[in-house]
Ligand binder design. Structure first.
Ligand code: 5HY
Length: 241
């Protein structure tokens, strides 16, 4: 089985972290390829970043389809391009936000999302509503850490830990969802320190994608995500800043 994991931002070091976290859970018989677009935003922290990332995501997905990928993960907590991706490729496409929130809903009455910048909080709520999880999502909390500084800020772990503790108390929730693919490598330590389930969307999405393939399931060819009537043009390089 081949799973293509697309990091929609163009920070290669983050793509490597994402790939390692996906491989750590993928299990035997599953090859994980982690890629990012050649051009586009280095991080996705606004609607504009989100929009600018989608062409590159779709180019990578189309290339994965041509190379015979069985399933796909969009590894950005905004799930950019998720619906368009389901029109473009035949294998299941799983966004890390949807996978993480659905996984968290199995584990308690309510979950809290701990994310990066304040301006992304509204979009996370939009996603919770879109996925029918607004009742289980008790709160969305920004740490104020820019995505790219998750790798460089020596205080990043302590900040995410403190925000998670505060979220559990403020929201009365029982589960933490990490609201950024760049937090994936903090998950196990946070779970130990918090004593509650901590869900990383990269791992959740990878295993969701694997399970769907193992169940012989894929995006329905009927209705909204039916194959596009025209052969989607292979776009040129995504617009660079
Ligand atoms: C992510 N941005 O997972 C999101 C997190 C966020 O570049 N990768 C990004 O802040 O929405």
């Amino acid at each position: 089985m081949r799973i293509l994991v697309v990091n929609p931002n163009t920070t290669a070091s983050m793509t490597a972290t994402i790939g390692a976290c996906a491989r750590a859970v993928a299990g035997p018989g599953v090859t994980v390829e982690a890629v990012n677009p050649a051009t586009g935003p280095v991080s996705i922290e606004s609607h504009h970043d989100d929009a600018m990332s989608v062409p590159g995501v779709l180019v990578e997905l189309a290339a994965g389809e041509a190379a015979g990928a069985d399933a796909y993960v969009i590894a950005c907590f905004g799930d950019p391009g998720l619906l368009a991706a389901r029109e473009l490729v035949r294998g299941p496409v799983v966004g890390i936000a949807e996978a993480a929130m659905r996984t968290a809903a199995y584990l308690g009455r309510g979950f809290s999302v701990v994310t990066t910048m304040e301006r992304t909080v509204g979009h996370t709520w939009d996603l919770a509503r879109a996925y029918g999880l607004e009742r289980q999502c008790r709160g969305v909390h920004a740490t104020g850490i820019p995505v790219v500084e998750l790798e460089t800020d020596p205080e990043a772990y302590a900040t995410v830990l403190g925000a998670s503790r505060a979220a559990l108390d403020t929201d009365g929730s029982e589960v933490i969802v990490l609201g950024c693919a760049g937090m994936a490598d903090l998950c196990a330590r946070l779970q130990r320190d918090l004593g509650v389930p901590v869900v990383d969307g990269v791992a959740a999405a990878t295993l969701t994608a694997r399970s769907l393939v193992e169940l012989g399931l894929a995006t329905s060819p009927r209705g909204e995500f039916a194959p596009l009537p025209h052969q989607a043009p292979m776009m040129g390089p995504a617009v660079s800043h």
